[in-house]
Design a protein around this ligand. Structure first.
Ligand code: NAD
Length: 296
């Protein structure tokens, strides 16, 4: 299949590589010429713009940083909608607000284009391994078309409902993750301060009612989970600034819906303070350091 792939960053590049490996023909575009050169070496055809890429495509996929980039790539003068042939399916995998996902999809629908949203979880490791979870907001027909292609990049392909619901699923999950990580950090730090061995405490939590992914798979206390970023200096995981972005999307969507997100707003401020200290690139579980006594 001829696929236009736009946005070849930390996530998009490995996703595009997996599509190439599966035998698809890619027409790639990114603002970064180094990434274009890298994908060209693997057999992708470099396009001059999103419009150029879309003209050649039987399917368009994008993976961009934020809502403004998605608007630009689809609605701009040289954008996807300026080049795409009517009837061509399209999918934006960026994490953005549900409102923008719906608005850009509505603009596409005016041209006979079915554009869905499919934010992912699984991080750069999952993108490279082809084990991402795709949370898809799309019509049933579009979902059926996309699923076999997404299976080359992911393991769980979930149809969440109509356009925008993929983004809703993603921001609700990350709202909970941001909060639960802080809860585990608080409990681990309290236990340590009160004098219990933190390994023993983690073992109790992980076989009791406090158990969650942040405690049993990604514990923020160093040395509890060997494979967690906490055990390698909080490097190579999910950066605090990315969590901050997702909590910003959640609190803004909540504001629009007049829905209180009390703990989400507090969590957002805690990661904001981490970012202000220049720690936005560290894994988000380093939030535990806000609770630890300085050692010197
Ligand atoms: P990134 O910043 O590494 O990559 C984004 C790419 O988009 C860059 O290569 C950039 O040059 C390109 N780009 C920006 N504007 C463009 C334009 N107008 N035209 C063409 N290309 C353009 O970001 P990423 O880490 O790959 O994340 C992409 C999306 O996936 C984000 O929405 C992010 O929130 C989400 N996400 C990231 C992770 C992660 O662990 N990195 C995990 C899950 C979801």
């Amino acid at each position: 299949m001829h696929i236009a792939f736009i946005g070849l960053g930390n996530m998009g590049a490995p996703m595009a590589r997996n599509l190439l490996k599966a035998g698809h023909q890619l027409h790639v575009f990114d603002l970064n010429p180094h990434m274009l050169a890298e994908l060209a070496q693997l057999g992708a055809q470099v396009s001059a713009s999103p419009r150029d890429a879309a003209q050649q495509a039987e399917l368009v996929i994008s993976m961009l940083p934020a809502a403004a980039h998605v608007r630009q790539v689809y609605l701009g003068d040289d954008g996807v909608l300026a080049g795409i042939r009517p009837g061509t399916p399209a999918l934006d995998c960026s994490t953005i607000d549900p409102q923008t996902a719906r608005e850009v999809s509505a603009a596409a629908a005016l041209q006979g284009i079915d554009l869905g949203d499919a934010p992912v979880s699984g991080g750069t490791g999952g993108a490279a391994a082809g084990t991402l979870t795709f949370m898809v907001g799309a019509s049933p027909a579009l979902f059926a078309t996309l699923k076999p292609v997404l299976e080359h990049m992911g393991r769980n392909i979930v149809h969440c409902g109509a356009v925008g619901t993929g983004q809703i699923a993603k921001i609700c999950n990350n709202l909970l993750l941001g909060i639960s990580m802080i809860g585990v950090a608080e409990a681990m730090a309290l236990g340590d301060a009160l004098g219990i061995d933190t390994q023993v405490l983690a073992g109790i939590i992980n076989s009791s009612t406090g158990r969650c992914w942040s405690s049993d798979s990604y514990n923020p206390w160093p040395g509890i989970v060997d494979t967690a970023p906490a055990s390698r200096g909080y490097t190579g995981g999910f950066g605090a600034d990315l969590m901050l972005k997702d909590l910003g999307l959640a609190t803004e969507a909540a504001r629009q819906a007049q829905q209180p997100v009390l703990l989400g707003a507090l969590a957002q401020q805690l990661y904001q303070a981490m970012s202000q200290r220049g720690e936005g690139g560290r894994d988000f579980s380093a939030i535990v350091e806000a609770y630890r006594k300085p050692t010197n």
